[in-house]
Design a binder for this molecule. Structure first.
Ligand code: CA
Length: 432
């Protein structure tokens, strides 16, 4: 029997708190899960620094990837025998679901920003490069790695498959909303996925939702909206993110100044120079990063040592609402005041802005070109979701942004009371 059709003698199951069980029958899927590049995802947390806000949020990209695979597996079971669904695409679809996050690095968000990386690039490199994953995919057929990469890159010719893995109602989002809600313990993020899966219908170029499932989809959109503001953009997690990116900036800066480290940033060198191999990338996971941060607490450079101490022991920066565009003058004054009392404003005064667009209808040519959600009416006609649902319409296309200013309240408190600059800083920060 061809490798692509090989089935396990006995179905394997993973116990999963969100989907109860993840079922694996294909030998290819089983082998991919065992590959070292996939196992590495156990050492990358799904939500980065969010565990410093919600202590339960220690779940990994490994959990999430299995979850996305399982959702796709259930969708395809429902699709079997339906028009427009070609069962020959099943393995490709399952594989792309399983591997869609393969290229995520440690604390992806900050690392990508500081080092100008793109996890999607690394997903491609791991799938197409000299890796255990690639060897398994190539065994299916020589062109299989390319096809998997194309589905993940959204360039695959079968748009139905692309829309199952990435659209505004895809298996990725359906898994992470529920999983992140479960592990953070918040009451948002729950919706009736079983119902949504039951009313999904395959069309030649996209997946659509039977109109009777509209309310379940409304619930899903709202839960996404709430999760963004309650969990993903939580100001405390962003505070940890600020520290993390400042640590990386500091290490990079010290390295460029030929500072002599007690703990050389060996695993980071390829990131500084931008000349990194897949192997370099794979070798830097979150356990390694945390090791360095703990070691760097002992460095002579007080900024690096302090920032690492703060991150490791959760001594985060305080924050205040602060629109940097409206308050450009105050921001400049604050930076000068910080410098004049010996606090480096490049590292200790940080504006962070987060924004989200909860749902959008189709705007051709615009940033992101989000595929909208279509309802299939009983006469077969398609209707874009926000034209049928008033709830969704009310949040469609509306971008919301939140600006915060982060600073170390403890260092400011430590300034002597008779220093007039202390009072001025506190006034500008809105502190009592
Ligand atoms: Ca994902």
């Amino acid at each position: 029997m061809a490798y692509r059709d090989e089935q396990l003698n006995e179905e394997k199951v993973f116990k999963d708190p969100v989907h109860r069980y993840v079922h694996v029958r294909d030998q290819v899927i089983w082998d991919l899960i065992g590959a070292r590049e996939f196992q590495r995802l156990r050492r990358i947390k799904q939500l980065g620094t969010t565990f410093l806000t919600f202590h339960g949020a220690e779940h990994s990209r490994f959990n999430h990837s299995l979850g996305v695979y399982e959702i796709i597996r259930r969708i395809l079971d429902n699709f079997s025998g339906q028009p427009n669904w070609n069962p020959d695409e099943r393995l490709l679809c399952l594989t792309a679901a399983l591997l869609h996050d393969l290229g995520h690095g440690p604390f992806s968000h900050s690392f990508e920003k500081v080092f100008h990386l793109d996890h999607e690039d690394f997903t491609n490199q791991i799938i197409l490069g000299k890796t255990e994953i690639n060897a398994i995919l190539t065994k299916v057929d020589l062109d299989f790695p390319n096809k998997v990469a194309e589905v993940i890159n959204k360039t695959y010719h079968n748009k139905l498959i692309v829309s199952l893995i990435s659209s505004q109602i895809d298996a990725d989002r359906m898994d992470y909303l529920q999983r992140d809600a479960y592990y953070t313990g918040v009451s948002y993020g729950h919706f009736d996925m079983e119902r949504i899966l039951r009313v999904m219908r395959p069309l030649p170029d996209k997946v659509v939702i039977k109109s009777s499932g509209m309310h379940a989809v409304e619930d899903y959109i709202m839960s996404r909206y709430q999760m963004y503001w309650q969990v993903y953009f939580h100001p405390v997690s962003r505070s940890a993110e600020v520290l993390l990116s400042k640590i990386l900036h500091r290490v990079k800066e010290l390295y460029s100044r030929q500072y002599s480290f007690k703990q050389e940033p060996k695993h980071f060198l390829a990131f500084f120079t931008g000349k990194m191999s897949v192997e370099d990338y794979i070798n830097l996971d979150e356990t390694v990063v945390m090791y360095y941060f703990q070691m760097w607490i002992n460095e002579n450079d007080t900024i690096l040592s302090d920032l690492c101490q703060r991150f490791t022991n959760r001594r985060l920066f305080q924050y205040t609402d602060f629109n940097p565009i409206e308050k450009i003058v105050e921001l400049k004054e604050l930076a000068q005041l910080f410098e004049s009392v010996g606090i480096d404003s490049n590292y200790y005064l940080v504006v962070d802005s987060s924004s989200d667009l909860p749902y959008d209808f189709y705007r051709p040519g615009e940033e992101g070109e989000r595929l909208p959600i279509y309802l299939q009416m009983s006469n077969g006609e398609l209707k874009e979701l926000s034209r049928a649902s008033e709830i969704v319409e009310s949040i469609s296309g509306k971008k919301r942004t939140d600006h915060k200013l982060y600073y170390p309240a403890d260092l400011i408190e430590k300034l002597p009371d008779q220093n007039p600059k202390k009072a001025r800083i506190k006034t500008l920060l809105g502190l009592k």
